[in-house]
Design a protein around this ligand. Structure first.
Ligand code: P53
Length: 477
């Protein structure tokens, strides 16, 4: 017996652009992921002006799930998954984003995929927008700078809600909608299709886009519930708690500011209103934002059913003596290492207790069910002399996180719907575009240079996670 409820959604998570490949197959349009090159730990992914021949675009082929999904789903069933989180590539349904009619071949692909999942009693959990909006909407409308995007997005949402109303129950609107609050080029592009132009205030642009997305998300929640009242529609936030570097109240306040600056999206999507600090901040900054009273009513009426979130790492922040404690002083200039923690090969601080902390933080504030829709360790895997990958480091990471998750459920009374480790089948990293930053329990034979047979294989973590699911989390050994 564990505290995990009957029907707990043990699963695995991916996103369309990171595994499907088939980037221009069956009428699919170019997405923003299709114009991002491969990088690595030191080199940022380049966002090119359209597709430039000769450049390496890892998402174009990815792991060709588009061509392998039947055999892959069979393996997911063998793993014991109760659910499978993926996204619907917007560009398969509306290749440019602003068409009047959807692309039937794209709709058909997801019909087939969902049927295949249901064959094995695996429930699809679907993100509507996961870093893969149509590139045409960037070129033509400047991405989410434009209010028109609300119509394009809700049209897309309506089409897929109707089409899959009997095949999908669990939905999320925008993946990691709060990534853009870091104001870096990557987050603004992947979340909102925005490249900040000279003379623009990145912060103001981000708040405008974030507002339109909040309205679009709230409309989608309302539309979805009308189409099928049984739908469970959540938000999706990147959760990485920020701790103060010391008990100095300046550091504590700085950490509080960092949390506010990132999780205002949760207030908007869960409580249906902007937090007071942010309303004042908009005024103090004299931002000229298009936020109407009607929008605020929409936001109020379209609150989510649950909080989906990713959790990988925590952060530590240190106040600067010479600077006011402001909301948007860039995190990266003030982030310090946590001496209590060790880091992954990519420098992400491994903090299982932080997951319990995050669950308490969300649960106390919003009193909604939680769904951990991403968690995992990106690592270099090496084949042993027996040709197998003995990824005990990954098992150790997952075990420690599940243990904390258990404590949050059993002792803290957190209402948890499920747990879907990220990239349980190796795929293209969103941040770096690498294949060799692996999260998988299923190995895929392909490297950073794009070489490999694409053959699938089981790592040790596969059998371990199978047992965890089978015992509903009782046996983590
Ligand atoms: P990668 C940064 C911080 C937190 C979550 O990330 C992030 C990122 C992106 O780097 O993204 C989520 O692949 C995202 C997934 C992504 C995964 O975390 O950079 O929802 O698409 O792949 C892991 O190691």
């Amino acid at each position: 017996m564990t505290g995990f409820k009957d029907g707990f959604l043990w699963g695995g998570a991916v996103a369309a652009h990171q595994l499907e490949g088939g980037w221009n197959t069956d009428g699919k349009g170019v997405s923003i992921a299709d114009v991002m090159t491969a990088g690595d730990n030191e080199t940022a992914r380049e966002i090119t002006d359209g597709i430039i021949p000769g450049k390496n675009y890892p998402n174009h082929e990815a792991i060709d799930f588009y061509g392998h999904y039947r055999e892959d789903v069979k393996m997911f069933a063998e793993l014991g998954l109760k659910c499978f989180r993926t996204s619907i590539a917007w560009t398969r349904i509306f290749p440019n984003g602003d068409e009047t009619e959807p692309n039937e071949a794209g709709l058909k692909f997801y019909d087939d995929l969902f049927d295949e999942l249901h064959k094995y009693n695996i429930k699809p959990v679907i993100t509507l927008s996961h870093f893969e909006m149509p590139y045409h909407l960037v070129q033509e409308y400047g991405g989410w700078r434009s209010r028109k995007l609300i119509d394009f997005f809700t049209k897309f949402a309506t089409v897929v809600f109707k089409r899959y109303k009997n095949k999908v129950k669990y939905w999320m609107t925008f993946n990691e909608i709060n990534n853009q609050t870091g104001l870096n080029e990557w987050g603004l592009f992947t979340d909102s299709g925005i490249l900040v132009q000279p003379g623009e205030d990145a912060e103001e642009v981000m708040y405008q886009a974030g507002h339109y997305e909040s309205v679009a998300s709230a409309l989608a929640v309302q539309i979805g519930h009308e189409i099928n009242p049984d739908f469970q529609i959540g938000c999706m936030l990147a959760m990485g708690p920020t701790y103060p570097a010391t008990p100095d109240p300046k550091d504590v306040m700085k950490a509080e500011r960092a949390m506010q600056a990132s999780y205002w999206f949760a207030d908007v999507q869960c409580k249906g209103k902007y937090p007071n600090w942010l309303k004042n901040y908009f005024n103090n900054k004299k931002f000229d934002l298009d936020i109407t009273l009607e929008d605020l009513d929409v936001i109020k009426a379209g609150t989510v059913d649950y909080i989906g979130f990713s959790y990988y790492a925590s952060h530590v922040i240190k106040a600067d003596e010479n600077e006011p404690v402001d909301y948007m002083t860039p995190m990266k200039n003030h982030e310090v290492k946590n001496p209590a923690l060790v880091r992954s090969d990519w420098g992400w601080e491994i903090d299982p207790i932080g997951l319990r902390y995050a669950m308490n933080w969300f649960s106390d504030r919003y009193d909604l069910p939680l769904f951990i829709v991403e968690n995992g360790l990106g690592a270099f895997d090496k084949k042993d002399t027996d040709g197998m990958i003995h990824d005990d480091y990954r098992i150790d990471y997952l075990r420690k996180h599940i243990n904390q998750m258990k404590l949050a459920v059993e002792y803290d009374g957190v209402d948890l719907m499920g747990y879907t480790p990220w990239g349980f089948i190796d795929l293209v990293s969103a941040g770096t575009g690498q294949m060799d930053k692996r999260y998988g329990m299923i190995y895929v034979d392909k490297n950073d240079a794009g070489e490999g047979t694409l053959a699938r294989g089981k790592k040790d973590s596969f059998n371990w996670f199978h047992k965890v699911i089978e015992t509903n989390g009782a046996d983590l050994s």
